[in-house]
Design a protein around this ligand. Structure first.
Ligand code: LLP
Length: 429
């Protein structure tokens, strides 16, 4: 469920016509629905309630401090993956005691930052990292709480670029050798292994990988305990998929059904690091058509959002639903199935102004003929949209607006040309 719907043939976010926001703030524009965020966060809380999880919102998904503040105000902690994300989480009102620090390449400065801010768990991914963490903790006279991030070596389950639990990727400690390593650090004076971490990949549209991960984790937790590690936390990461094409995602309950019994059996406290599930369907990217053209037997809709605003289609061939904000009479609002024939449409590519053939939001998509100035909505853009945006082609980054009911506010102003050159000008000032 989300709060984007057509009313009198105009797309609304909650109670506000999207066209009103596009007029006021310009395009490209990210629009988020606060009630959709709360709905999905609530679904997770309810689904996993039996084991009272600590839900650590994954800041990389969308790090806008105003969105992070919604999470903090509603009891969530944060999963951070860099010093910058830790800074964002703290700015948003996050407390170290609810922050997990993930990432395969934390620097000494980041480890120190994490310890200074009392982060609750460091997800450690290599022997080198554990030793560095121990050294930094010693220098501060502290003991670092650690969850070992294990790569459980499961069959492929999502796009190769975002599958983190197959053999041969950079993530986690190899499940075949993790015990040898853990044995060596049982009595480490400045590092305490208190948890197991397993993020399987993203997005995941089935429950089997979690079941397989739980089965392997149960055995491992037993073995770690036998070595003398007091394993208290089990962090299952994030990865829960969302609706991009139609209704392909599973409800939170389905994941809880396979994860909760494992957590109970392990007598652990559950930590989750969801990102996409909470914000993915809570955001759209609105753009305006600049030109249409025909070339090489193809129809192109050239609009003002580009790969620098939303890189997912270019990077992962991801599918995002796209539909006019104000579809003409006779067109569905919106179509049930964007891939098959829709009356009043023809097959077109939706592309942006960036100078690369890989700059597209959609290829070979059934869309109606559009005119200069028409508005388009790209749906399910709340996750890994703005957070992966760039200034490529010296394009200022889009503005972001948060809607709640019939209220809205700007939560990130559109960048200016001055913003683009400021660090360069300041460097030589
Ligand atoms: N925890 C860890 C350790 C992660 O690496 C990630 C995502 C998450 C949690 C959150 O996963 P989520 O619940 O959002 O699925 N840019 C790609 C996705 C990359 C995911 C990176 N790690 C995309 O646009 O699909």
């Amino acid at each position: 469920m989300d709060h984007f719907h057509y009313r009198s043939r105009v797309l609304h976010c909650e109670e506000i016509p999207v066209s009103v926001l596009a007029e006021k703030y310009g395009t490209p524009l990210y629009i988020y629905s606060r009630n959709t965020i709360l709905h999905h966060l609530g679904q997770l809380k309810r689904a996993f309630a039996a084991v009272e999880p600590l839900i650590c919102y994954s800041v990389k998904t969308n790090g806008n401090v105003h969105l992070c503040r919604i999470m903090a105000e509603n009891g969530a902690g944060f999963d951070v993956t860099s010093g910058g994300e830790l800074y964002r989480a703290l700015q948003a009102g996050g407390q170290g005691s609810k922050i997990v620090f993930a990432g395969v390449g934390k620097t000494d400065a980041e480890l120190r930052d994490g310890l200074d801010n009392g982060v609750f768990l460091f997800n450690v991914e290599s022997e080198g990292e554990l030793l560095a963490l121990g050294e930094v903790a010693r220098s501060l006279g502290k003991t670092a709480p650690v969850a070992l991030r294990v790569n459980p070596d499961l069959p492929p389950k999502t796009h190769a670029k975002t599958d983190t639990s197959v053999k041969g990727v950079k993530f986690g400690l190899d499940i075949d050798t993790v015990l040898e390593f853990a044995q060596k650090v049982v009595d480490h004076p400045h590092v305490k292994i208190v948890g197991l971490h397993m993020h399987l990949g993203s997005p995941i549209l089935k429950t089997d990988p979690y079941k397989q991960g739980i089965d392997k984790g149960l055995v491992l937790i037993d073995q770690l305990r036998q070595q003398g590690h007091n394993i208290v936390y089990w962090n299952m990461g994030g990865g829960f998929g969302i609706h991009y094409r139609k209704k392909e995602a599973l409800p939170a309950d389905a994941f809880a059904e396979v994860i909760v019994p494992g957590i109970k059996q392990a007598r652990c406290k559950l930590v989750l690091e969801p990102g996409r599930f909470i914000v993915g369907n809570a955001g759209i990217l609105v753009s305006r058509v600049i030109y249409t053209k025909e070339s090489g037997g193809k129809h192109f809709i050239i609009q003002d959002a580009a790969m620098n605003d939303l890189i997912r289609p270019t990077l992962y061939d991801s599918f995002h639903r796209i539909w006019p904000v104000e579809p003409a009479a006779g067109l569905p609002t919106p179509p049930e199935d964007y891939e098959s024939g829709i009356a009043g449409t023809r097959i077109q590519d939706v592309v942006g102004p960036v100078c690369e053939s890989g700059d597209f939001l959609a290829k070979d998509r059934a869309l109606p003929d559009l005119r200069r100035g028409d508005l388009l909505a790209t749906f399910s853009a709340g996750a890994y949209g703005m957070s992966m945006s760039s200034n490529y082609n010296s394009r200022p980054r889009a503005a972001e607006v948060l809607v709640e009911g019939s209220n809205h506010r700007l939560i990130r102003r559109r960048e200016s040309f001055q913003d683009l050159v400021r660090p360069e000008v300041e460097a030589t000032a």
